[in-house]
Design a binder for this molecule. Structure first.
Ligand code: HAS
Ligand code: HEM
Ligand code: CU
Length: 575
């Protein structure tokens, strides 16, 4: 679909001329990264707090530890991810389907999101929304925060609906054709998010906004928490599925190999669509007012939703082995050395995957009701999610930015070495962080605690000296990693050199083993035999409907019970 570029265009416009959606994608990515920079800057201060070192009294711009923590959680986990994913999962499927998105809609989504973030940021920065990123009532913040959060989600849904509509039209125009893998996975992710975001939308629009505006007197905290976690669990798959798209569909090619099994990749996304949402109760095992039966049912469903991740581990692992053997590697583990470790795009992703092995294992511990009672609300939990969203997702997005920003801008990556340093330091920083925080958690140190000034913890602090030191050190390592990362990114973006269109970094879509074998057998893409399972999975709308039905079954009876038995509380401001 590339068009010839008119010589009258200015150089920046020329870069976007063939594919004007590049510009809106770039805006999504860069805005997300700039906001991540602010969120990440607070992280090391928190790590020092978990080492017992108080730096907050020297920081006049933060009114409290909790204002900083609210900014950190909201900007990193909610805002950065949503921008980055909206850009990536708009661009990749549209390019895969060779369809140009409606730019007015895409820019509309960008500005809706940005208006929302500005409103929420105004509330957070003026200390009027120190609610942490879970904003549990009866803590009550400025309406600006809740309206802003709603607009952020609405912006992402506009992109999601657009991608789904584009795919539906593509299906109509290409009867009988199989959706390209990247597009299939993107559509499944957006369908999942469409169902998953409902809880948050209902909570914010019907409970929190009217309450913060003073239109209603109270909110039921249990109902609000249940709606929050209805979205709060699947949002973690909204964060990790785009990373999986990169691991499944782009990484094998980047490593010089093939996708081990396209069918498996599609299957794991169908399973995510079906099972991501009806498991939110595993965040509420400790909440009273919810029957144990529901908790046990959702615990079992949580174990089921681990399966697509296990499929991913083996399938992507196999793709890497194929790549290494194609590059001349051999032996049981000796092949690992033959992978392209000098390429930061590859290395950052594989390190992200390695961090996800203990991250996922910790998740399985959390999911078990009996074990969760030991770790719930302790430092163990931030330990868990910094090697999931903080590394598996974030480090993969770093890897994506190392090729996608050069692709979109035609500016070469400023420093390959700097990018490699950033990736290794982030990985080791987060591994040390996770060891420190999991260990502190096992000793019983609570999360969300201004530890440096806390009292009443008995001899816990004395017993936690080693993990606390590890946590403090990890914060410093991560600070250096961030400096490397953001300097590479901003030097790339501000660089003046642009390569010619012919030298543009390509979109690294990989070939699958199935396609490769068909090609070897002399079959064309159209003549290739498609597995029945793949044809069945093309009917994503059926799986969407099934997922919706499962969610209704798992949540509606419980929610009706809660609505019929509300205990309304007025808002409180504790800061
Ligand atoms: Fe979690 C709490 C359970 C995955 C994020 N989780 C959280 C919170 C966050 C979070 C943010 O059941 C805190 C919320 C709060 O503030 O209170 N989590 C799970 C389970 C999984 C899981 C069962 N979590 C994630 C992901 C996240 C995330 C993904 C973000 C992206 N989590 C829980 C529970 C709680 C919880 C409870 C509540 C705890 C409490 O008490 O509050 C599973 O989905 C995990 C499955 C993953 C695997 C790993 C597969 C490994 C792969 C890599 C393979 C590597 C290869 C590399 C091949 C089974 C795919 C090879 C390398 C070579 C060199 C060759
Ligand atoms: C919380 C450190 C990067 C998401 C925390 C906490 C620490 C920390 C120590 C626990 C605070 C507490 O419970 O009181 C760091 C460091 C980072 C970093 C040193 C790197 C420089 C990230 C990234 C993400 C993230 C990249 C997500 C993309 C979160 C979230 C919380 C948190 C969601 C929970 C906030 C809450 O409890 O309300 N971080 N973090 N962090 N972090 Fe990070
Ligand atoms: Cu969860």
């Amino acid at each position: 679909m590339t068009t010839t570029v008119s010589p009258a265009l200015r150089p920046t416009e020329q870069v976007y001329a063939g594919h004007p959606e590049k510009k809106v994608t770039l805006y999504f990515l860069v805005t997300g990264l700039v906001l991540l920079l602010i969120g990440v800057a607070i992280g090391p201060l928190q790590a020092l707090n978990y080492a017992g070192i108080d730096v907050y009294r020297y920081l006049p711009f933060l009114k409290s530890y909790y204002q900083g923590l609210s900014l950190h959680g909201v900007l990193n986990a909610l805002v950065f991810t949503t921008y980055f994913i909206s850009g990536l999962l708009l661009y990749l499927p549209c390019r895969a389907l060779k369809v140009r998105p409606n730019l007015l809609v895409a820019w509309g989504a960008y500005w809706t999101m940005t208006a929302g973030v500005l409103m929420a940021a105004a509330a957070l920065l003026t200390n009027n929304a120190t609610l942490l990123y879970t904003f549990y009532p009866p803590l009550q913040g400025s309406p600006l925060f809740y309206i802003g959060a709603a607009l952020l989600v609405v912006g992402s849904l506009i992109i999601g609906v657009q991608v789904i509509v584009i795919w539906t039209q593509w299906k109509r125009q290409h009867p009988g054709e199989i959706t390209p893998l990247v597009a299939f996975m993107s559509v499944a992710t957006w369908m999942m998010w469409l169902i998953a975001s409902l809880g948050l939308v209902v909570e914010v629009v019907f409970l929190l906004i009217p309450w913060s505006l003073g239109w209603v007197k109270g909110v039921d905290p249990l109902l609000a928490r249940t709606l929050f976690w209805y979205t709060g669990h699947p949002i973690v798959y909204f964060w990790v599925m785009p990373a999986y798209i990169s691991w499944y569909a782009l990484l094998p090619g980047q490593a010089g190999g093939k996708i081990a099994s396209e069918t498996m990749a599609r299957l794991s996304f169908v399973l995510f669509l079906l099972l991501s949402t009806p498991v939110g109760l595993h965040h509420q095992f400790a909440d009273t007012g919810i029957s144990m039966s529901w908790k046990v049912i959702q615990m079992l469903l949580t174990f089921l939703v681990v399966i697509p991740s296990l499929l991913t581990a083996f399938s992507v692992g196999a793709s890497l082995e194929i790549a290494a053997r194609l590059r001349g590697g051999g032996g049981w583990v000796g092949w690992i050395r033959h992978l392209p470790w000098k390429d930061p795009v590859f290395t950052a992703q594989v390190l992200a995957m390695v961090s996800f092995i203990p991250g996922g294992a910790g998740g399985i511990v959390n999911a078990s009701i009996a074990l969760d009672s030991e770790v719930h609300n302790t430092a163990w939990i931030p330990g868990h999610f910094h090697i999931t969203v903080g590394t598996a997702t974030t480090l993969t997005f770093f890897a994506v930015s190392f090729w996608l920003l050069p692709h979109l801008t035609r500016k070469p990556l400023a420093s390959v070495k700097g990018a490699l340093w950033a990736s290794w330091l982030w990985f080791w920083g987060m591994i040390i962080f996770a060891i420190g925080m999991h260990w502190e958690g096992l000793i019983g140190i609570p999360r969300r605690t201004y530890l440096a000034t806390a009292t009443g913890l008995g001899d816990m602090l004395a017993r936690a000296q080693i993990p606390m030191a590890l946590t403090g050190i990890s914060g410093m390592v991560l600070m250096v990693a961030s400096i490397f990362y953001f300097s590479v990114i901003f030097r790339t973006l501000l660089g003046r050199q642009r390569v010619a269109e012919s030298a543009e970094v390509p979109i690294p879509v990989s070939e699958s083993l199935e396609q490769f074998e068909a090609r070897e057998a002399g079959l064309s893409a159209a003549g290739m035999k498609v597995a029945g399972a793949v044809r069945l999975m093309e009917r994503l709308w059926i799986f969407f409907a099934l997922a919706l039905a499962l969610v209704v079954l798992m949540y509606l009876p419980m929610l009706i019970g809660m609505v019929l038995n509300t205990h309304l509380l007025p808002g409180q401001r504790l800061w």
